[in-house]
Ligand binder design. Structure first.
Ligand SMILES: *Cc1c(COP(=O)(O)O)cnc(C)c1O
Length: 449
């Protein structure tokens, strides 16, 4: 069977995520036969460099021998058992390790099975904590403009990307939305830190005014990924932690995309030296192998739910696949690799190679900004470099770049007109340079006339 056969069968029965299916009349889905390291191979023998880690989940490449071996071993013993009333070694060991690795002060790990569900868990836990604490006037959440927290209705409600949210607005709870510290909008000559600090004024006044009705502030630490890889300085998180404490409001850090080394430290919050009240993790958690998520929280939160059954204070949230044994085992193997390969140190030099390889883009007539935080590098395409006027969205410049790069053997998947690199950590310097060359061609093709 060749690509065309699989694509035809696919298009007869599948409905793909985040896709206008009619686009596939022009460009059919690419059927992948195997993955090895940073490379994907289709049924016609073409290879694609997975520059976006298969939607940000893959950390150590496809088909990693250590993770494969761990899964095979786990499969021989236990694939899954319910986590209510029962438990198993991978779920316990993973919770122990995550609590040890995360910023100090967490003591509990609640599992879910995807990122959106983890966000739902954190929102419900925060709300429920305040109810159990006798503060039932606290019913709202504070979010940042341009944020993204997933697609289920609660997670969508606290996000702010109109393309995904607008249609469903009548179904959604209403958060308080505060201006993001997004440093794309800093003044000429202003540092990221100064801009981020200045933007905190909006958050400070929202909290001063509304703290009595607010359960929690939810943020994506340092990088608003789905919102176009917009970035800000850690000082914002330090100020936010301090203000949340002062006003008696929880802080939810959604590190679903930025956790596990993407920003340079294992968790992005470490850069600000803070511990949120809830830390949401997923995506890279299993190295890109299996769906799994968790929310880490504190002894204080846990204690507000711990009581005699008849008091009805328990957190009764559940998902069938909570803490799946195979997924937990893949996560343990992934954490092994961080230690074994000294990944964070290696990433520091890879991040430099990425910066070097992308340096030339700054002079491109249609590039407004090249920005980077650790292993995430983004290139913002605009119609007019001087005024930063964007391209008309209907022109789908990013999609043009995507199509060109595919032909050249690179999987880029721009967010609107933002081309970005977020590769697996096993990418080689030569592969980074190849990726940048192809991205350069793709940007030229996508921005001409
Ligand atoms: C991807 C993502 C989510 C949602 O995770 P899913 O597993 O896709 O539901 C939530 N928050 C952030 C920051 C994400 O990047």
């Amino acid at each position: 069977m060749k690509n065309a056969d699989w694509s035809a069968r696919d298009l007869a029965v599948l409905w793909h995520p985040c896709t206008q299916m009619k686009d596939h009349e022009q460009l059919p889905p690419v059927p992948i036969r195997r993955g090895q390291g940073v490379w994907l191979e289709d049924f016609d023998g073409n290879r694609y460099l997975d520059a976006i880690s298969s939607w940000w989940v893959n950390l150590f490449g496809h088909g990693h021998p250590h993770i494969n071996a761990a899964l095979k071993d786990q499969l021989e013993n236990l694939e899954h058992v319910l986590l209510a009333g029962f438990t198993h070694a991978p779920a316990i060991e993973l919770a122990e390790r995550l609590i040890r690795l995360a910023p100090a002060g967490f003591s509990r790990c609640f599992y879910a099975d995807n990122g959106s569900s983890a966000v739902e868990v954190a929102l419900k836990m925060s709300f429920h904590y305040w109810r159990n604490a006798g503060k039932s006037a606290k019913t709202r959440f504070v979010t940042l403009t341009n944020s993204y927290h997933g697609e289920t209705l609660g997670a969508l409600a606290v996000g702010d990307v109109p393309l995904y949210k607008q249609t469903y607005e009548p179904l959604l709870m209403k958060p308080l939305t505060v201006t993001s510290p997004d440093c794309y909008y800093r003044e000429p000559g202003e540092s990221w830190a100064d801009h981020s600090r200045r933007k905190f004024a909006d958050m400070a006044s929202a909290l001063t005014e509304h703290a009595g009705s607010v359960c929690a502030v939810i943020v994506e630490p340092l990088v608003q990924c789905a919102g176009g890889m917009r970035m800000y300085d850690p000082v914002y998180l330090s100020l936010l932690r301090e203000a949340c404490d002062r006003h008696g409001v929880h802080l939810i850090a959604d590190e679903i995309a930025v956790g596990f080394g993407r920003t340079g430290t294992l968790f992005a919050c470490e850069k600000a030296g803070i511990r949120p009240d809830f830390l949401c993790l997923s995506k890279g958690l299993t190295g890109g192998y299996l769906p799994l998520a968790c929310v880490l929280t504190t002894a204080e939160v846990y204690a507000a739910f711990y009581d005699d059954y008849e008091k009805l204070r328990a957190f009764l949230h559940s998902h069938s696949y909570t803490g799946n044994a195979l997924a937990c085992r893949a996560a343990l193997a992934t954490l092994d690799l961080f230690e074994r390969d000294d990944t964070l140190a290696n990433n520091r030099s890879l991040a430099q190679v990425m910066a070097q390889a992308a340096r030339g883009f700054e002079d491109h007539p249609h590039v407004a900004e090249v920005r980077q935080t650790g292993m995430i590098l983004a290139i913002e395409l605009v119609r007019d470099k001087a005024t930063r006027e964007p391209f008309a969205w209907r022109e789908r410049r990013g999609f043009r770049a995507y199509r060109h790069a595919l032909k050249r053997g690179v999987l880029l998947r721009p967010l609107g007109d933002v081309v970005y690199f977020m590769p697996p950590y096993v990418i080689a310097p030569d592969e980074i340079r190849f990726l940048a060359d192809v991205a350069g061609e793709a940007i030229d093709m996508a921005t001409k006339d």
